[in-house]
Design a protein around this ligand. Structure first.
Ligand code: SF4
Ligand code: SF4
Ligand code: SF4
Length: 338
């Protein structure tokens, strides 16, 4: 292991902008494409994971205040083809990703050095370096911070699932009956909000470790500047004659894995399906000209939606309804005109 970085290492120098971007404009952040050398990445060493689930538990406890709080009964879904996605009565499910479970442990029984071995693999958002979920959200509700963390702002999300549709691993999960649509069209649209690992952006902004890393008794994850994490991944892979995932997948991610067996072997051995992402090849979706074209087309819409979302958030902070907030704003701007 590199001397400059140890397991659980948390390099504060890598957090330069972590606390400064929360109020930034999502579209501008996306357009600015934060430099990769400012990104924080994590290395997940599969050989060290014992599948104890402490990380899953810590994630749920720490992030529970961010979980959905849906209003029932759900209104009519618009468009009608959109299905209700309700996990509110199944919040204990922890064997897949859900809006209430942002990390789960996948298992793969494979041959390692001639012995049948069960490997356990923590799975969550990969935090892509150029995340399509951020670039292609029509409402500007998904954002990427300068430190590479991507996060869905559930105060602005309408639950349309575009982020999930463009994610190579189908990571974001939808809960019906919560979110901005309740303020816009409360009796009509019933989409909801999307949720996923935000890599504990608020803890990171306070120079704290993400909860899953702090809770792990085996120091499975290492966090640090991406270039060092990539170097560390290769160093570890060389030590165990192993393999690296995440360096190039979807153009590169800020979550890297190192495994003692090829990822094709792991991918064949894991259970895949809804909420259970693959470990196979992932083309760079943002390199696709059609997607880039779509990104350009949605930019003005995202800007308008971002402005609306901020307005509604400001109204809520002021403890007023959007209409009375508008009236009081108008009064104060008239007063200041005098
Ligand atoms: S806490 Fe650590 S060892 Fe336990 S399941 Fe999570 S990553 Fe694996
Ligand atoms: S893995 Fe999916 S949800 Fe996570 S940053 Fe990449 S595109 Fe977005
Ligand atoms: S980084 Fe935070 S939000 Fe993401 S899986 Fe770990 S504990 Fe959960």
């Amino acid at each position: 292991m590199s001397k400059s970085i140890s397991r659980r290492t948390f390099l504060k120098s890598g957090l330069l902008a972590a606390g400064t971007v929360a109020a930034g404009d999502a579209v501008a952040e996306a357009a600015a494409s934060p430099a990769r050398d400012q990104h924080l990445a994590t290395l997940i060493d599969i050989t060290r994971c014992i599948g104890c689930g402490a990380c899953v538990e810590a994630c749920r406890e720490t992030n529970a205040p961010k979980f959905p709080n849906p209003q029932k009964p759900f209104p009519k879904m618009i468009p009608e083809r959109v299905k209700v996605s309700d996990w509110s009565d199944k919040q204990d499910v922890d064997d897949r990703l859900t809006p209430y479970n942002w990390l789960f442990i996948q298992t793969a029984t494979v041959m390692v050095d001639g012995e049948e071995t069960e490997l356990t693999i923590p799975r969550r958002c990969m935090h892509c370096t150029n995340p399509p979920c951020v670039k292609l959200c029509p409402w500007g509700a998904s954002r990427q911070y300068q430190n590479g963390i991507s996060r869905i702002d559930t105060d602005m999300c309408l639950g349309g699932s575009k982020c999930k549709a463009v994610c190579p691993w189908d990571i974001p999960q939808r809960q019906t009956g919560d979110g901005l649509y309740l303020k816009l069209l409360p009796s009509l649209a019933g989409n909801g909000i999307m949720n996923k690992c935000d890599r504990c952006y608020d803890r990171v902004a306070r120079d704290e470790l993400p909860a899953c890393i702090e809770a792990c008794p085996e120091d499975v994850q290492t966090i640090g500047p991406r270039a060092e994490i990539v170097a560390l991944a290769h160093e570890r892979a060389k030590e165990i004659n192993g393999y690296v995932y995440g360096e190039h997948e979807n153009g590169g991610t800020n979550t890297l894995y190192v495994s003692p067996v090829p990822f094709e072997t792991l991918n064949a051995a894991i259970e895949k399906g809804p909420g259970k992402p693959h470990l196979g090849p992932a083309e760079d979706r943002m390199a696709d000209a059609n997607h880039l074209g779509a990104a350009l087309l949605i930019a003005p819409l995202a800007g308008a939606a971002t402005a609306l979302g901020r307005y509604l958030k400001a109204a809520r902070r002021a403890g007023q309804s959007p209409t009375s907030y508008a009236a009081s704003n108008q009064r104060s701007s008239k007063t200041s005109d005098r």
